[in-house]
Design a protein around this ligand. Structure first.
Ligand code: GNR
Ligand code: NI
Length: 174
């Protein structure tokens, strides 16, 4: 397994719409294995393929706490089939928006259909942090970031900060 590089905002890739998986082959398994390792290393509780530069509808999630048994969830071609009207607020972070956090409201419960690690169709009813994380990750597959739910002022401020950070890092490298 290989740790892959996580893409950060601003980057045009993060705004692209990812493509459905058609074949469960070795390349896909390697991608899912690498994504899980990359997410654990970061560390994060979820990762979408586009965050490592791959335009595929693939997500890995693990909400297990430090020291607990690992509990990886692989979602391929996920589709939300129900969103509750009741909303929940969580402070969200994103590995593609390093150091940025904001309270975001989303449906508190969602139901989805997806294919698992072996390509088998599955259904899942999620609530709590899992429901929020799933919606955050599916947003990535559609080129959406949590800052898109903030006011234009806050969003522009965050993007400006991140682009300055990136330029500073480039200056050190060069
Ligand atoms: O690690 C992560 N934590 C998190 C916290 C609240 C809501 C969503 C997330 S997902 C994030 C990892 C990430 O960027 N996934 O795309
Ligand atoms: Ni994210």
């Amino acid at each position: 397994m290989t740790i892959r590089k996580i893409i950060t905002e601003p980057d045009v890739l993060l705004r692209k719409i990812s493509n459905p998986i058609e074949k469960f082959d070795k390349t896909l398994k390697t991608l899912m294995d690498d994504m899980l390792e990359t997410m654990y290393k970061a560390p994060g509780i979820g990762l979408a393929a586009i965050q490592v530069g791959v335009l595929r509808r693939v997500i890995v999630i693990d909400l297990s706490k430090n020291g607990e048994k690992k509990n990886p969830l692989y979602l391929v071609n996920p589709k939300i089939i129900f969103k509750s009207q009741t909303l929940a607020t969580y402070e969200e972070g994103c590995l593609s928006l390093p150091g940025q956090f904001a309270e975001i409201q989303r449906p508190s419960e969602c139901h989805l259909e997806y294919l698992d690690y072996d390509g088998k169709p599955q259904e899942l009813k999620a609530n709590g942090l899992l429901a929020t994380c799933i919606q955050h990750e599916i947003d990535h597959l559609d080129g959406i970031l949590f800052i898109d739910y903030l006011s234009k002022l806050k969003k522009d401020f965050i993007i400006k900060k991140l682009s300055k950070q990136k330029k500073d890092i480039e200056r050190i490298v060069v």
